[in-house]
Design a protein around this ligand. Structure first.
Ligand code: NAD
Ligand code: IPM
Ligand code: MN
Length: 342
């Protein structure tokens, strides 16, 4: 039996609910594929901040380092001058998880504007406006520093082209180099340069504002979209809306040797504690984790189980127009895993 050490941050708000639900899927995968996940639970987020004065204590970080990968529930961010960066932002930087892969796909019975969306947002995860370099100049005057490096641009754009090559071979860079002439200009220049190496991939670049409009009007025209950090953040929530719910959007934060898997959504305080959050984004994030550790068959089984369960349509959460609880939906997916033919 193969053993994997996985660290888990339950998170805040709906975090413990969507992670608790995903644990049912983890158990089903263990049973079906003779795997064992040694779970290391990590304190991080708002609750950790209240207890220890920081959202990511050193001992938590050391425990994460002992594991092979991290499954993370959403954590509530502190806001206001002088507060710490959010947990995901810290972890992305500390582990240099430069590539944030966010697949958005239309799934059966999920009502949305379109039923044939299949996008992959490749978000740069370590630079841009997320540098944490913000300063007060004078009363009422602040500056924030946007970092763009050639190394950062090259590695994320290369990663995006690699992804496009194994998908529908189309890639779009979103930028604003008509205004941000140096920082976005660099991304545009690197994109043009790298596109020469991938003559089999259809590459185009668009201003991010126009791209946002076209994405809403004709999402089928896009395959891989590569974006710097903040554009990637905003456009991925927009694209989650195109596939029916933030509860359907998973992500993988990937570096050279470590990776973190988390839903795109946040801690959703408006629905926390009600057992109504959609767990699919977290379950599909776990599927991306399985793929990353090399358990491809198990990963595909989780994806297939989500589709089968949705097709039956009997256990849908409120955001999908149903009345099932978070745990009921996860149980239905876990059952599908057990009964799948492999
Ligand atoms: P949010 O993503 O938590 O919620 C936005 C809307 O989507 C809300 O109406 C919410 O109810 C709904 N929603 C989110 N997830 C859902 C799910 N699984 N099922 C059904 N509906 C769902 O965004 P927000 O309100 O802007 O942020 C709340 C907190 O979460 C903030 O502190 C923010 O910083 C944090 N956040 C954390 C992460 C993370 O840890 N990776 C990501 C995004 C936001
Ligand atoms: C996300 C989140 C984070 C981000 C927040 C919570 C810091 O919105 O993962 O998309 O902005 O990256
Ligand atoms: Mn976001």
């Amino acid at each position: 039996m193969k053993n994997y050490k996985i660290s888990i941050i339950k998170g805040d708000g709906i975090g413990p609910e969507v992670i608790g639900a995903t644990e049912k899927v983890i158990s089903a995968v263990e049973e079906k594929f003779s795997l064992h996940f040694e779970k290391i639970f990590i304190e991080a987020g708002l609750e950790a901040f209240k207890k220890y004065g920081t959202n990511l204590p050193n001992f938590s970080l050391e425990m994460i380092k002992q594991s092979e990968c991290l499954l993370k529930g959403p954590t509530t961010s502190l806001e206001g001058e002088g507060t710490e960066l959010g947990v995901p932002v810290k972890i992305r930087k500390i582990f240099d998880l430069y590539a944030n892969l966010r697949p958005l796909r239309s799934l059966p019975r999920v009502k949305s504007l379109y039923n044939n969306v299949d996008l992959l947002i490749v978000r740069e995860n370590t630079e841009g406006m997320y540098s944490g370099l913000e300063y007060k100049i004078n009363e009422g005057v602040y500056i924030g520093i946007r970092v763009a490096t050639e190394k950062g641009a090259r590695r994320i754009i290369n990663k995006a082209f690699e992804q496009a090559r194994v998908r529908r071979k189309k890639i779009t860079l979103g930028h604003k180099s008509n205004v941000l002439k140096m920082t976005d200009g660099l991304y545009k220049q690197v994109f043009e340069d790298i596109s020469k190496k991938y003559s089999d991939v259809e590459a185009k670049e668009e201003h991010i504002d126009a791209l946002a409009m076209k994405l809403v009007m004709k999402p089928q025209d896009y395959d891989v979209i590569v974006l710097e950090n903040l554009y990637g953040d905003i456009i991925s929530d927009l694209a989650a809306g195109l596939v029916g719910s933030l509860g359907m959007a998973p992500s993988a934060n990937i570096g050279e040797t470590f990776a973190m898997f988390e839903p795109v959504h946040g801690s959703a305080p408006d629905i926390a504690g009600k057992n109504i959050a959609n767990p699919i984004a977290t379950i599909l994030s776990f599927s991306m984790c399985l793929e990353w550790i090399g358990e491809k068959e198990a990963s595909q089984a989780v994806n297939r189980a989500v589709i089968n369960s949705l097709e039956k349509g009997n256990k849908l959460t409120v955001d999908l127009g149903g009345s099932a609880t978070t745990y009921e939906m996860a149980e239905s997916i876990a059952k599908e895993i057990i009964s799948i033919n492999v």
